[in-house]
Design a protein around this ligand. Structure first.
Ligand SMILES: Cc1cc2nc3c(=O)[nH]c(=O)nc-3n(C[C@H](O)[C@H](O)[C@H](O)COP(=O)(O)OP(=O)(O)OC[C@H]3O[C@@H](n4cnc5c(N)ncnc54)[C@H](O)[C@@H]3O)c2cc1C
Length: 439
């Protein structure tokens, strides 16, 4: 009998279970609730939405919307229940979350291929096919065991993330490429500030409201080298100028002047369409982050694809341990899915459960696993998280910047709506063709 163990009956685990069952593969689905709580879930239902009831946009010219369309194309099961339980929410796709998780639970309970076991798994069973989908609040014992399996440095518990922005939105009349002391290739993008600009930036930063940490996050410990920028700033007006905004060795050749402070941006993806702000991990409210970034010379029209956040979020260092098929590199029996892989958000978690389910079924049936093309948003996400070139990996949600480059003229590139339409059309056509070829 073909059988898979799934750890975690959340969004990813539930989708993966239904994908396997659809392919007549038996599943033991382990869910630790209600015997053991996560601190955020409130019911004992499977596939519970822990916070907001919105999955974001369904518009195909929005990256998250495109991901939903791709899930439908790939035969997603939870997305169908999303539509059955939809509530009006303007442009967003929102659900009655109680009804949604009740329906998912019922569908899984009634499925003859799936056996729900209400127990905590504390050790990964390595000699049988397993999908680990235990989420951002994975229990401590299992986290320790994942750490043992992958290696100490490959499991993280907290995000302290710096914003990621689109290169296309940077004004290069002001910003310039240069590495500190002119070493090596000019990999970094630098945004220079004079004294007045720095003081304006500092004032916004020091007065900006912060996001409250949840009770189970209050004991969060951050490394001194990874402190939020607002914490550094609170130590004194010049602390940042001797830290991440240090101007020495970054003279703009065009002016020959050493600036008062410099914000550095580091390449974040292979195609160099995304950059992160060095040392800008932050817990500021998103509106304030935008205002802060827009005050930096060169970033007045910044397009932020990922805001800085700090929250409890268990995730593996996917670039070191995972393939874009979601299979672990260390043991082919073991797949990871959901937020644990470093994709972030409800839609992304369901989508990665879908791919893990499809690929696990292929693995069991001894078929070649699928790597979705990087022209599709799900393919781009799975390639992003498994890209070995990341120097410091942080979770990401769906955004246009991670898709494979597309040739287009400068005028089209500047027209966001048109650009997104072209990218979405390409994604849809590529996925249709891919599915046809892999039927
Ligand atoms: C507090 C919080 C708020 C969030 N808010 C949002 C939001 O508003 N919008 C958004 O898009 N995303 C949000 N997220 C991020 C993310 O989308 C959700 O966490 C999403 O549910 C992740 O899906 P998942 O399947 O990976 O994990 P989950 O849905 O959390 O599922 C994992 C399951 O595994 C179970 N489990 C854990 N350890 C074990 C074990 N050892 N044995 C057996 N079972 C186990 C858990 O009980 C849980 O049911 C939030 C995350 C958190 C932590």
């Amino acid at each position: 009998m073909k059988k898979v163990i799934i750890i975690g009956g959340g969004l990813a685990g539930s989708e993966a279970a239904l994908q396997l069952a659809k392919r007549e593969i038996y599943v033991d689905l382990y869910e630790m609730r209600p015997n053991k709580e996560t601190g955020a879930h409130k019911t004992e239902n499977l596939a519970e939405f822990v916070c907001s009831n919105s999955l974001g946009s369904y518009d195909i010219t929005n990256a998250s919307g495109l991901l939903k369309h791709e899930m439908e194309e790939l035969g997603g099961e939870l997305i169908k229940i999303v539509f059955e339980t939809q509530v009006p929410a303007g442009g967003a796709l929102a659900i009655d979350r109680e009804l949604f998780s009740q329906k998912v639970t019922q569908k899984i309970e009634e499925n003859q291929y799936i056996n729900i076991i209400r127990e905590e798994i504390t050790e990964i069973p390595t000699d049988t096919p397993v999908i680990i989908a235990s989420g951002p609040l994975t229990s401590d014992s299992l986290s320790n065991n994942i750490k043992e399996f992958l290696g100490e440095e490959y499991l993280h518990f907290f995000d302290a993330i710096a914003p990621i922005i689109e290169k296309d939105s940077i004004d290069f009349e002001k910003a310039f490429y240069l590495n500190r002391y002119n070493k090596g290739d000019a990999d970094y993008i630098n945004c220079p500030m004079n004294k007045e600009e720095y003081e304006k930036f500092y004032n916004i930063l020091i007065n900006a409201p912060k996001i409250e940490l949840k009770s189970f996050e209050k004991n969060a410990k951050f490394f001194e080298s990874c402190l939020p920028i607002e914490v550094l700033a609170s130590r004194g007006v010049d602390t940042l100028r001797y830290g991440p905004l240090k101007p020495v060795g970054l003279v703009d050749e065009r002016t020959g002047v050493e600036n008062y402070a410099v914000v550095q941006l580091r390449q974040d993806n292979k195609s160099a369409s995304l950059y992160n702000l060095v040392g800008f991990q932050t817990n500021l409210k998103w509106g304030s982050q935008k205002e802060l970034l827009q005050s930096i010379p060169g970033l007045e029209n910044v397009s932020i694809v990922r805001y800085g956040v700090m929250h409890r979020n268990t995730f593996i260092n996917s670039p070191r341990v995972l393939n874009p098929t979601l299979q672990s590199r260390k043991n082919p029996n073991i797949f990871f899915a959901g937020q644990l892989t470093g994709t972030e958000g409800y839609t992304e978690s369901i989508a990665s459960g879908l791919l893990a389910g499809i690929n696990m079924a292929r693995y069991i049936n001894e078929k070649e696993l699928i790597e979705l093309p990087q022209e599709t948003i799900l393919g781009a996400l799975t390639h992003y998280i498994s890209f070995e070139g990341h120097t410091s990996f942080q979770p990401i949600n769906s955004n246009w910047g991670i898709l494979a480059e597309m040739e287009m003229d400068k005028k089209t590139r500047k027209n966001k709506k048109l650009k997104n339409e072209l990218l979405a059309n390409r994604a849809t056509n590529t996925l249709k063709k891919f599915i046809e070829e892999h039927k």
